[in-house]
Write a protein that binds this ligand. Structure first.
Ligand code: CAA
Ligand code: NAD
Length: 281
């Protein structure tokens, strides 16, 4: 595993690319427009400069990381990849489209992973053209800091593929857990309803956004309140996960709060747009 192709340079894709580069791998980062890639490169510079300022990296180490990361709008560089990590928007149709195109380009032994938060890994694997060499590799936000990766087996993932990605997760300094394909896997099945419930409390006027978050920080020892966490995740991503949980189970406990849907319709997506339940500079 020396060359990794990361599809998507958004909140997760860029941080995940940096995690692989820090572990010594060459990383190709692909997104759909030059403007998006320019913004990602700018964010990368900000992260590297901050790390050098805080003495977490030397200037030479930062240069080495820069040299390991290559940004492109093309899919063809994926032909050199040992592993594809897909981190594009949380939509099954778009993910399947990207995997189908990549299957035609990549070497047969290349493993396909999805960072999906909720979409059935078996559904993606079946459509990918390589059902045995496919699994969920789910990082957590911020990917540079969070230790966990959920490794989700589809019904068709081979043991060899699972083991290769398990070893890779250890090599990049993460702690893997093995999960079977089920709606929301483990963490989001528990965490997403909690964030959604916080939005419901806000909608009902039970408390202010500040106080809902303060209550969970000081009363449950959470590192950040659920509404700040929702803003960090992205309200569009959160809504999509709620909808998948509901569609897959038809259980009303997973129904998205209407205020969450309105926030997404208004383009208030959290940190990435500068405003969600809170404002960000
Ligand atoms: N990139 C790199 N480093 C980061 C970072 C980022 N985006 N954000 C924070 N850090 C680092 C900081 O530099 C700092 O490092 P040092 O201690 O070495 O200085 C450290 O993390 C702590 O950061 P802060 O002091 O700024 O703030 P904090 O102590 O509140 O920690 C946090 C920030 C790690 C985000 C913490 O608040 C936290 O753990 N929050 C919960 C995160 C969480 O639950 N994530 C899961 C979301 S759900 C998901 O990801 C799945 C999904 O599918 C949606
Ligand atoms: P994001 O909206 O920040 O970024 C998504 C990126 O995908 C954008 O830059 C977009 O231009 C790009 N994209 C869209 N269509 C594409 C295509 N066809 N090919 C290549 N790139 C394309 O989203 P994100 O928060 O980084 O989420 C990405 C994935 O990671 C989703 O599946 C999400 O569920 C999952 N995830 C998100 C979080 C989180 O906290 N945000 C945590 C874990 C997993």
């Amino acid at each position: 595993m020396n060359t990794i192709f990361v599809a998507g340079a958004g909140t997760m894709g860029l941080d995940i690319a940096l995690v692989f580069a820090k572990a010594g791998m060459d990383v190709i980062v692909r997104d759909i427009s030059d403007a998006i890639l320019d913004a990602a490169k700018q964010k990368l510079e900000t992260k590297l400069e901050a790390a050098v300022t805080k003495n977490r990296l030397t200037a030479d180490e930062a240069d080495t990381l820069r040299s390991r990361l290559r940004f492109t709008v093309e899919l063809t560089p994926a032909q050199d990849a040992d592993l594809v990590l897909e981190a594009i928007v949380e939509r099954a149709d778009l993910k399947i489209g990207v995997f189908r195109e990549l299957d035609a380009l990549c070497r047969p032994e290349c493993i396909f992973c999805s960072n999906t938060s909720s979409i059935s890994v078996t559904q993606l694997a079946a459509a990918s053209g390589r059902p045995d060499r496919f699994l969920g590799m789910h990082f957590f936000n911020p990917a540079a800091v969070m230790k966990l990766v959920e490794l989700t087996r589809s019904l068709t993932t081979s043991d060899e593929t699972f083991q290769a990605v398990y070893d890779l997760a250890r090599r990049i300094g993460k702690e893997p857990v093995e999960v079977q394909d089920s709606p929301g896997f483990v963490v989001n099945r528990i965490l997403v309803p909690m964030m959604n419930e916080a939005v419901c409390l806000l909608q009902e006027g039970a408390a202010s956004a500040e106080d809902i978050d303060k209550a969970m920080r000081l009363g449950a020892n959470h590192p950040m309140g659920p509404l700040h966490l929702a803003d960090l995740v992205g309200l569009d991503v959160l809504l999509y996960i709620c909808d998948v949980l509901f569609d897959e189970t038809h259980d009303p406990k997973f129904r998205a709060c209407y205020l969450l849907r309105k926030m997404v319709r208004a383009g208030k997506l959290g940190r990435k747009t500068g405003e969600g339940f809170f404002r960000y500079d």
